[in-house]
Design a protein around this ligand. Structure first.
Ligand code: DGJ
Length: 649
């Protein structure tokens, strides 16, 4: 048993491996206070009440003052707590105030799934779940605060489900997933920042008075900031001291913030970004906010990393390849870009197979009028000019070589120059009469609409079923702007980006359910959607379009701060490198790529004899060392925060 409720003090105690988390119910009214999160407390019966509590008579007199000082478990707007809140509404009367108070709770074995959303999972033996039902009786809104304790890891997950039990619709304007109020002012904030081809640089800065945050309002978790944050004690280091890790199991807009207030307390928040967000909750309807993973480490950043790795390897990543050695792949993107046909691909595959490479991946350019990145997205049928006779002759040819076959898709996108857009211009996200904003000459399809997801999935699943496809690279190459859906009424347009994410998850769920033997890899212009939400559907993610070995050292190390090496796709590419122009030895490129899932992205027919001869040994080394790389305990020997040494990235 790991979750206890003490009737006398009306407090909850959650015990993970070396961690305790506590919540206190204040007074008959039932205000929920955050009481403790830290090193495991020695005696399970011990209680650490928040104190000193205001006496009930003082609570009434100084309610507003007290709300701003006390550590809240799930703070709401406009009732006296002027720190950033986790929850706010707009009622039909135009009011924002909300006060969620305790009603009841349940403690159960295991972990319930979150409807339509990715989330960590665990069996009845692994975990226990506490659900605290809170209510604002005036609004008729209930919020179920859900906590799952993983007993053998220092992990507690949190999520919130809202329901409208009242008689009028209520607009949610802020519905974050977790808040932690720390009774201290000496924490540093660690985040991952970057951009295209320079993803996941680690930054450590003191939490200062005021509010600081990383966020995305791009419709994807993004390469600007990763949906991850750690708060480290000022004296904590790689292998010493207290670290609190926060990771958001979601692939869309997010916020992760820390605020040092006037009383010297730090509030941490994580959830869907309130920017662009609004949700009309009709009577009887519910809204599920995504999951936040909380990791506590009493032994520095390294232990936090290892806990995230263990959790994500064993309780997030699923499917046939979750724990299996991934095939060594060769991808034709940097080899040919759009300039290929069946013969060219088979020429590469033949030589690759001779060296022991196990999977051939055909990248962008095989469908519709896709001869460049100006046309064809949305038309998911094989272009006969590129692949005469369709997919099957190519796939059969590849399989005859003893290799698996994989294919690239970008389901969420459409070019204006495509049959799909000509037939259904309303399927693209846009605002009527407003100039459409293009990126890579493409628009985003409105995946908030089931008929759009059905339409695209119908086309793509037909292609996947037409040949022996064993790997799919799902790409996503632009941010969301001009947020308008032709299917949503005016008062629900702000639901578009979350509904879009639910549509993406729905299609990834269908694909992985209907084709359980396919190894799905996510990608977003490299690593713009490298997040736990995507890992729930795909065991590996393309980490960066920057394939330069030296730049990759930094990108992969940053990514490994929160994500296991088994998720980090890394390839050997040609030199001079296409992104940086740098020349590195073939062996170096191999070693760096072996620190993840391994493959090649080059025209193998253009390698020197010496380079070609190294491939069989690299494949053998990968087979030998990858189990250690992907299941081992990761100890950083370098300073993750060291400034750039002049490398690209
Ligand atoms: C962006 C991806 O990150 C690349 O690997 C490649 O698949 C291109 N898209 C294809 O358009």
């Amino acid at each position: 048993m790991s979750i206890f409720f003490n009737e006398e003090t009306r407090s909850f105690r959650l015990d993970a491996k070396d961690t305790t988390y506590m919540i206190q119910i204040l007074g008959q009214e039932g205000i929920l206070l955050h009481a403790y999160w830290g090193k495991r407390l020695p005696d399970p019966a011990a209680l650490y009440p928040v104190g000193p509590y205001p006496a009930p008579e003082n609570l009434e007199r100084e309610r507003v003052t007290i709300m701003d000082i006390m550590p809240q478990e799930y703070p709401t707007e406009d009732i006296g707590d002027f720190r950033e809140s986790a929850f706010s509404v707009l009622t039909e009367g135009g009011h924002e105030a909300a006060a969620l108070v305790y009603r009841s709770h349940t403690i159960t074995k295991g972990k319930p799934r979150l409807a339509g959303l990715p989330a960590t999972f665990g069996s009845d033996d692994d975990c226990e779940t506490l659900e605290i039902l809170t209510e604002d009786p005036l609004l008729g809104i209930c919020a179920k605060l859900r906590y799952t304790v993983f007993e053998d890891l220092d992990v507690i997950t949190r999520s919130v489900e809202f329901s409208n039990e009242g008689t009028s619709p209520v607009r949610l304007t802020r519905a974050l997933s977790a808040c932690v109020d720390f009774d201290r002012d000496d924490l540093d904030m660690v985040t991952l920042y970057g951009g295209w081809a320079r993803e996941n640089n680690a930054q450590r800065v003191p939490v200062h008075h005021g509010k600081q945050s990383v966020e995305s309002a791009r419709g994807e978790s993004s390469n600007a900031y990763n949906p991850f944050m750690a708060l480290m004690a000022r004296d904590a280091s790689e292998d010493h001291g207290t670290v609190y890790g926060f990771s958001f199991v979601y692939s869309g807009n997010f916020t992760a913030s820390a605020q040092l207030d006037q009383y010297g307390h730090i509030r941490a928040l994580m959830g869907i970004s309130p920017q662009h967000f609004g949700w009309k909750l009709e009577p009887g309807a519910s809204f599920q906010a995504p999951e936040v993973v909380l990791v506590h480490s009493d032994a520095g950043l390294g232990k936090m990393t290892r806990t995230f790795h263990d959790l994500y390897r064993n309780h997030l990543i699923r499917g046939k390849y979750a724990h299996a050695l991934r095939p060594v792949l060769i991808n034709n993107w940097e080899a040919t870009y759009f300039d290929f046909n069946t013969d060219k691909l088979l020429e590469i595959a033949r030589l690759a197979a001779d060296q022991g490479i196990e999977l051939f991946v055909m990248d962008d350019g095989w469908f519709g009028a896709r001869r460049s990145d100006n046309a064809g997205l949305g038309d998911w049928y094989v272009c006969e000019d590129v692949l005469p006779g369709g997919l099957k002759p190519l796939v059969d040819g590849i399989n005859k070589l003893g290799m698996k076959f994989g294919i690239w898709i970008e389901p969420e996108m459409v070019n204006e120059d495509s049959d799909l857009f000509r037939a259904h211009p309303d399927y693209a996200i846009q605002i009527p009469d407003r100039r459409r904003g293009l990126k890579r000459n493409q628009l985003v399809l409105d995946f908030s609409r089931k008929e759009v997801v059905d339409y695209v999935y119908g086309m793509i699943s037909k292609v996947l079923a037409s040949a022996n496809v064993e790997y799919v690279k799902w790409d996503m190459n632009r941010t969301l702007t001009n947020l308008g859906s032709f299917a949503l009424p005016a008062d629900q347009q702000q639901e578009l980006e979350h509904r879009y994410m639910l549509g993406v998850y729905d299609m990834q769920d269908r694909l992985t359910t209907d084709f359980p033997n396919i190894l799905l890899e996510n990608c977003s212009s490299g690593g713009a959607r490298f997040d736990p939400g995507m890992l729930y559907y795909s065991p590996q993610i393309w980490t960066s379009d920057n394939t330069d070995a030296i730049a990759r050292l930094k990108i992969q190390a940053g990514t490994a701060l929160a994500y296991p090496l088994s998720a980090i796709d890394a390839n050997v590419s040609i030199v001079p490198n296409h992104q940086t122009g740098r020349v590195t030895p073939f062996a170096t490129r191999g070693h760096v790529a072996m620190c993840g899932t391994f493959g090649y992205q080059l025209d193998i027919t253009k390698l020197s004899e010496e380079e070609l001869a190294m491939i069989p040994q690299q494949v053998e080394d990968y087979h030998k060392y990858n189990p250690l790389v992907t299941t081992g305990d990761y100890y950083r020997l370098h300073d993750i925060f060291a400034r750039d040494t002049g490398t690209a990235g």
